[in-house]
Design a protein around this ligand. Structure first.
Ligand code: ADP
Ligand code: MG
Length: 568
């Protein structure tokens, strides 16, 4: 295994590298943020592993990240003493893209540079961003707890292939040397590097150190000379961001922290930062992304909220911290009162964790309610990205049903636009005198809903109808039968009881029609006896001659179609 192998990049990596180098060029200093973010994650992982096995520290538990540069050699080096990687891990994580959502990402690429670079921003490039500024990257790493002889060196020029070999590495952790491209020497500058770190990585709770030259000094009184020497200096503020008070944290710091925890390139849409006091104390800092991730619909997608216990990272796979319908939420929860040595099994059954989860869900719902009230435009943006996921909450989260229902937005016959921006409260505020139901129609697309023959009579009587066309809507209305004491009523089911909205003239006209058609109706009933259960004169329609209606307790036609498609 010690031999040096040269291996080809996965096709996707090649494609991604090419795209990235060309599209993230105007934002190139982010390479440092990405590499520091990885180093910080590696330290977090080591700290957690070492809780159960102190020897992993190998006598050095002073975790930090070091940044060096060398002007004549044109290199920048990022060194961490985190968990490190085995040869297999290097191969799996650095030569391939193992991320969920990769397939969806590549499917959505268009070949149009501007559009694709936006997608790349959304996808995130992580480690590979090193190649924006470097034409050779050399990564040397050793996994904590392995022998000095089990170091691994990975090298690549970011083109078609990379080499990998086993080397000696005395210290555990990872060292990445970037050989800068010809035009990128602006980064070989102490001040420039420090300001990038300050700007992008100030929130990292680990010290990021650079060396600083302390110049020679002569003491005038006794003529003693202090020789010049090099000292380490911590560049960032190196304390957990969430533990600070809100007024100490700038918007920019909140936003950069988001990019780090969410592995996202974009700004968050909004966030909530809160310390919950009581027997079960915890701090949460939770964000709503501005865009849905590529793996939003991926069953194996990772959950986005990291669990810390008194600032020690525990897991980023804590399914139990957010319900499925809030799986797009990113951020951290730091629990004060849990024991540090929790195992996954304990977490799963912990009563404290479920209390924290319930509290965190309330905070998120509060955040969304607040956004809806104070910034309609942003809320609309949120709804377009995550509305379909929130709808799952109506089915899933019985306890918060009313609050979730308040957050829902629909298309409606009132606006006749595909945009889902009508809330149930909006609807209720426009209900007609005497109307006690919220009417809706379901269909498999907007045009079908909008042109549904069932709508005709509602339009005529000027009664608003919600137009539900998302796949999940059938499930939504089957679990949300009521809002604010108003029954949700499908306009294609059973008796509609709209007579009370008829004018005197209409009533009279209908009575005459019924009389005229009595015999026709009887005949039709006989002819269609084994096909339908009843033939009725309808006042539902104004333009269409006839329509099918399901019984009040039957499955709706749309639901029937969905079940058929699903093979039921
Ligand atoms: P992400 O951070 O979103 O997972 P990256 O491309 O930044 O994606 O990194 C890919 C993976 O490589 C990481 O998940 C981690 O497993 C590994 N890795 C990268 N840098 C380091 C490091 N400094 N120490 C240990 N592992 C690392
Ligand atoms: Mg990363």
């Amino acid at each position: 295994e010690a031999k040096k192998e040269t291996l080809g990049f996965q096709t996707e990596v090649k494609h991604l590298l090419h795209l990235m180098i060309h599209s993230l060029y105007s934002n190139k200093e982010i390479f440092l943020r990405e590499l520091i973010s990885n180093a910080s994650d590696a330290a977090d992982k080591l700290r957690f592993e070492a809780l159960g096995n102190d020897s992993l520290y190998e006598g050095d538990s002073d975790l930090k990240i070091r940044i060096e540069f060398n002007e004549p050699q044109k290199t920048i080096t990022i060194i961490d003493n985190g968990i490190g990687m085995t040869r297999e891990e290097v191969q799996d994580h650095i030569g391939t893209i193992a991320k969920s959502g990769t397939k969806q990402f590549f499917e959505r690429l268009t070949g149009d540079q501007a559009k694709d670079s936006e997608l790349i921003g959304q996808f995130g490039v992580g480690f590979y961003s090193a190649f924006i500024v470097a034409d050779k990257v050399s990564l040397t790493t050793r996994k904590a707890g392995t022998a000095v002889s089990e170091g691994v060196r990975w090298e690549s020029a970011g083109e078609g292939d990379y080499s990998i070999e086993t080397v000696e590495k005395p210290s555990r952790g990872t060292e990445i040397v970037l050989h800068l491209k010809e035009g990128e020497t602006e980064f070989l500058n102490d001040w420039r590097l420090r300001s990038i770190i300050k700007k992008f990585s100030d929130h990292i709770s680990l010290p990021i150190v650079m060396s600083k030259e302390v110049v020679a000094e002569q003491d005038e009184e006794n003529n003693e000379i202090t020789p010049a020497n090099i000292e380490d200096e911590t560049v960032n503020s190196a304390s957990a961001l969430w533990a600070k008070s809100k007024d100490e944290i700038s918007d920019e710091a909140y936003s950069e922290f988001y990019k780090h925890v969410a592995h996202d390139f974009q700004e968050p849409l909004t966030y909530v930062h809160s310390k919950v006091e009581g027997i079960n104390e915890y701090t949460l800092l939770l964000y709503v992304p501005s865009r849905a991730p590529f793996d939003l619909w991926d069953r194996d997608a990772k959950h986005g909220v990291k669990l810390y216990i008194r600032k020690v990272f525990i897991t980023d796979d804590a399914e139990q911290l957010m319900p499925r319908y809030l799986r797009f939420i990113r951020g951290i929860i730091d629990a004060d009162s849990l024991p540090l040595n929790v195992s996954r099994e304990i977490l799963q059954q912990s009563k404290q964790i479920s209390t924290i989860k319930a509290g965190a869900v309330k905070k998120v719902l509060g955040l969304l309610e607040n956004l809806a009230e104070t910034d309609g435009e942003k809320y609309q943006q949120f709804w377009e990205q995550f509305g379909n996921v929130i709808k799952e909450g109506s089915v899933e989260d019985f306890k918060n049903k009313e609050r979730i229902a308040k957050l829902l937005r629909f298309s409606s016959s009132h606006t006749d636009s595909k945009v889902q921006n009508v809330s149930l409260d909006d609807y209720i505020s426009r209900m007609k005198e005497g109307q006690d139901k919220i009417y809706f129609v379901t269909a498999d697309n907007f045009a079908a809903a909008k042109n549904s023959p069932h709508l005709e009579v509602f339009r005529k009587k000027n009664i608003e109808v919600l137009l539900l066309t998302d796949r999940i809507d059938e499930w939504l209305v089957s679990s949300l039968s009521e809002y604010n004491d108003k029954h949700l009523q499908s306009i294609s089911k059973g008796e509609l009881d709209l007579d009370k909205f008829d004018t005197e003239a209409e009533k009279q006209q209908q009575a005459e029609i019924s009389k005229d058609f009595e015999s026709v109706l009887k005949q039709m009933q006989e002819v269609l006896a084994d096909k339908v259960s009843e033939v009725r004169i309808s006042h539902r329609l104004t333009d269409s001659p006839a329509c099918l209606v399901t019984g009040a307790y039957d499955m709706s036609l749309n639901m029937e179609r969905i079940m058929k498609e699903a093979g039921q």
